[in-house]
Write a protein that binds this ligand. Sequence first.
Ligand code: ZN
Length: 567
Amino acid sequence: MKKELPVFESWPFKVPSINVAIKKIDNLTKQLKEASNAKEAIRVVKMHIKFSDALQNDITNISVHYSIDTRNERYKKATEVIDNGFPRIQAAELEFTKAFLDSPFKAELENRFGSFIYKIFEYQMKSFSNEVVEEAIEENKLMTQYSALIASCKVNFRGSTYNLPQMGKFMEDVDRATRKEASEAYYSYLETRVDEIEEIYDKLVKVRTRMAKKMGYSNYVELAYIKMNRFDYTKEDVAAYRDEIQKYVTPIASRIMKKNFRRNKIYRPKVFDMGLYFKEGNPIPKGTTLDKIEAARKIYDTLSEETSFFFSYMADHHVMDLEAKEGKNSGGYMTYFPVYKIPFIFSNFNGTSGDVDVLTHEFGHSFQAYMARNIKVPEYRSPTMESCEIHSMSMEFFAEPYMDLFFDEPDKYRYVHLADSISFLPYGATVDEFQEWVYLNPTASKQDRDAKWHELELKYTPYKVATYKGCPYMMGGHRWLTQAHIFECPFYYIDYTLAQVMAFQFFNLDRKNHEKAWFTYLKLCAMGGKYPFRTLIKKCHLKDPFKQGCIKKTITPLVKVLKSYNF
Ligand code: ZN
């Protein structure tokens, strides 16, 4: 009989011993190397999976507890143990992977665990080497420096000081004078930090390039594509895809923005007018956190049997920590406990429509984890980044018909959500082409980089550049300096746009044939990461975003939907 999983608060809090874990992994590596037959090798690999799941379960438990209460000494100490010990565990794990790849029982292992695992492990081996440990440490330090610098930013505004995210609400205020004043304070402050941020980036570009060269790649772009596990598309595919965005989406995004300005009677738009869709403000959800959870429960009860069961299962096990509170980390995430087979959603509700996005987007990620919970090989449970975001972004659209539960004027939310999602594509392409250029030209000066950014903004989002007059920071090509991904996860950005295009396809299909759309979504979620991105899409009979014409076909129906709202 299987034991029923207790609620989150009563899960045991265990801190694994790093030395014991390493010894265990080393021992499994030795056993795999010494296995005299295929049956024995398979048994060792299975033991390794069981061990990794248990270790991951403990580590996840620590990081979740710490993020909920960063002041708790016990959680803090446990986090330190993991932070310091994890690189050593990784090194031991790499040896196990190597033994797996070198095993003489390849045919039998492939037969048991699938051939795709070989590809995944091969990429793992190709993405790191002991020769670049020093560079990796330096890269980590620089990334920490960047996030510390951004977190330390303090903007003086109307007698108080605010951090960068806190300035957001003033910069989108319904009162234009407030927006103007806030935006001037924000950008003139950032202007004072430009040199420091550019310096950090310059060092990051150089250290990443050094890493790539040491490992035998001709530039960092090649290494980054391997690190991102891009098994089935190249930078040439991505370049052609960006062109399609520029050709078909840029004009639509431009019309969306111009329409906003007209609706709000803004005739000479400035940089601080871009975020506001409606004169009376952007839509805000009603009710308390509990009201929102109850609304979400109703949505998922109606949507399908699977979502109904699973949302209640999560709520009943208290695996959602949604409200902002003292001592909690910032941001939001979804993580997964492989032994308990349950995900966890963490967020900081702040009363904006972002709260609703947590209950749809993060629930989409969680739901996928649930659908793939019985996949034995951990590497197959969830796919690469661009595919993971399909699960979450599509769920945002599946939940859209029920938005009256959250908003008094649900169409306003639907309009903003769709318009924002479309407008995101050209920006995503800008970020991607910029990074590609940077790493193909690693010796370019800081001025060259800013000039390139400005040039790419003119290419993809000229309607934005038209509002920059009077804002030296934006005119100087500095917008990218606060885009954390460029510093912290290079080349992870086009993934969001790819997933967005796939989520649009689900939205289009859902409006035509809900049953079919939902069935396809379930299938995609259940496949987890058993296949690379383009194969997953193919198996679901969806359109490949890299194929010419896909973007146009996907976006055209959306323009009609936007028009139908009559805003
Ligand atoms: Zn996501």
